[in-house]
Ligand binder design. Sequence first.
Ligand code: ZN
Length: 149
Amino acid sequence: MSDAPQVICPGCGAVNRVPAARLAEGPRCGQCKAPLFQGKPLALDEDGFRRHLRLSGVPLLVDFWASWCGPCRVMAPEFEAAAKLLEPRLRLVKVSTEEAQALAAELQIRSIPTLALFAGGREVARHAGAMRARDIVAWAGRALAGTTA
Ligand code: ZN
């Protein structure tokens, strides 16, 4: 991560540069004043995901899910709890594979839920199957430690 990574506002989508040392101090968007991290996963459609992937200096932890998937519903509150623990080191994102079908196909999401970690615009780790919050945090920590992003 650079000294002042780009942080995409979850409210208006504006690109903010935030000094790394201040990420944990509740930074707000320069455009709309919304908190840049809200302690919960950000639901993105395909375009939104691609924008974050291209611009975000903060690694993205993505939950690929679908409304009909029982294990996805079980994991949803665990993923939310993980967001509180992992922000602002990571941005937690939810992508519906029903809505973003082309994206899910391109990324070869074969089962859901699938968690994928993206750093520096590319995927660096993937896990298929539901996890508890503490396991999500541990897994993401290990995966991040293996990257230079
Ligand atoms: Zn904003």
